[in-house]
Design a protein around this ligand. Structure first.
Ligand SMILES: *Cc1c(COP(=O)(O)O)cnc(C)c1O
Length: 453
């Protein structure tokens, strides 16, 4: 059989509230053409993010009931700990309330003024936490990452020459660690090859610097390695995941992505002395080391989620659903970042709206048009998000992120139809201008207005 089905059936449903185009027109205006300001019950299909928005399994809900809420030595922590050690091999396991809390603690321990942290591409919270410590965040992803049409199978790879150059330029003493984001979220959800992780490891070894993974989507990355990297097809995803972690000295993970949970994070180390420092900070703001920033029930949901995320039926369905959305858009003439990523499809808004300049926020205009037309909520990753310093970013993108196990194929067909219908009338998409916006992270709260062509 060639039809790939959702590898689950549905036990609980959450009704979607329908709205008309006229109602959405009013909602859009009231929200200042900013979809972050629209209430979720006014959204038909919500592709804003895949973070914490997925559905949990019946076993995860059973875990929620089993959760041990003891302050110290909770049994749920042991289940969580054993599962994390089994998958990653890291013996020092700190639970946090979400990925950015892990980042905050990591860079408080390892960052600092005058230091430089290289990454393939820093995710926005990672960059903010590196910079909050006083260090500088540098992106060294390969050049193909910025070409939407390049079909390089591992567009998330680190540019090894530029990494070597950075060491030569700033000196080993200024580089406290190297990070690799798998998959590369800011760069289109693109994977990093095992060969590239090994090469980065080699550079780190040559300089005696530790390698950390921002491993939010480690399972998707491993599945892409299995599909695309020569010699990997017969390996299990678990063994590839384990090799990825074995090549690193530590990791930060958001359990809202690949814990298949609604909240949670992990901070992982091999080095006991580093872990001790981090644990002291954990106690200060997150909580006691056996629960971090979480309830016992959350630890249970994550422990179970970390098991389910490695099921190859699940991963096949996951990667295939994103690819399906991407392929249909491409076939309809919509340029996306090729090939489709692991958790989202990124529409190239520069190609979608050639009549709009970056100052007219083409990607945000497409986001608004999609919502008005069909109630679909995507997110702008372009001049509104990154252009606050007056410089246009490399790409103007609209991200359609798929929450895990939440929407069926007919929902995705609806999204495809919506995008193609908006595309057919793309010359009617109007420019936007900012009415008011804060200086930092302006995309969350900015108010805009639509101009007449
Ligand atoms: C989501 C994400 C984070 C931050 O995790 P939160 O749980 O949202 O705090 C860090 N890095 C990457 C690559 C992410 O996708």
């Amino acid at each position: 059989m060639k039809t790939i089905i959702e590898p689950f059936r549905i036990k609980v449903v959450e009704p979607i509230q329908m709205t008309t185009r006229e109602e959405r027109e009013v909602i859009l205006k009231e929200a200042g053409y900013n979809l972050f300001c629209v209430d979720a019950d006014k959204v038909l299909i919500d592709l804003l993010t895949d973070s914490g928005t997925g559905a949990m399994s019946s076993e995860q809900w059973a875990g929620i009931m089993r959760g041990d809420e003891s302050y110290a030595g909770a049994i749920s922590f042991h289940r969580f700990y054993d599962r994390v050690v089994e998958i990653t091999g890291f013996s020092e396991v700190l639970p946090t309330h979400q990925g950015r809390a892990s980042e905050r603690i990591l860079f408080e321990v390892m960052g600092g003024p005058g230091l430089v942290v290289p990454n393939n591409s820093h995710f926005d919270t990672t960059r903010a936490n590196v910079e909050a410590s006083g260090a500088k965040a540098v992106d060294l992803v390969i050049d193909e990452a910025y070409d939407p049409k390049s079909r390089n199978p591992f567009k998330g790879n680190m540019n090894i020459d530029r990494l070597q150059q950075l060491f030569a330029e700033v000196g080993v003493s200024k580089i406290p660690l190297v990070m690799l984001t798998v998959t590369n979220n800011s760069g289109g959800g693109q994977p990093v090859s095992l060969a590239n992780i090994r090469e980065v490891r080699k550079v780190c070894d040559d300089h005696g610097v530790p390698l950390f993974l921002d491993a939010c989507r480690f399972a998707e990355n491993a599945y892409f390695i299995k599909l695309r990297e020569p010699g990997m097809a017969d390996r299990t995803v678990s063994s590839i995941v384990r090799e990825m972690f074995d090549l690193a000295d530590g990791a930060t993970i958001s359990a809202k992505k690949y814990g298949l949970a609604n909240i949670g994070g992990l901070l992982l180390f091999r080095d006991a002395a580093l872990a001790r420092q981090a644990r002291n900070l954990l106690i200060l703001t997150e909580g006691f080391p056996t629960y971090g920033g979480l309830a016992g029930r959350d630890l249970e949901a994550i422990a179970q989620g970390l098991e389910e995320v490695l099921h190859e039926d699940y991963l096949r369905y996951r990667i295939r659903s994103v690819a399906y959305l991407g392929e249909r858009l491409l076939a309809g003439g919509v340029q996306i970042v090729e090939p489709p990523g692991g958790h989202a499809v990124y529409i190239d808004a520069t190609a979608f709206c050639p009549h709009l300049t970056p100052e007219q926020f083409p990607a945000q205009a497409v986001v608004c048009a999609l919502y008005r037309h069909a109630g679909v909520r995507g997110v702008e990753i372009g001049s509104l998000m990154f252009g606050g310093d007056g410089q246009a970013p490399e790409m103007e993108l609209v991200r359609l992120a798929l929450p895990r196990r939440t929407y069926t194929q007919s929902h995705i067909d609806y999204v495809i139809e919506a995008v193609l219908e908006v595309f057919a009338e793309r010359d009617k998409i109007k420019p936007l201008e900012i009415v008011e916006a804060p200086a930092q992270l302006r995309h969350f709260t900015a108010r805009l207005r639509e101009l007449d062509g």
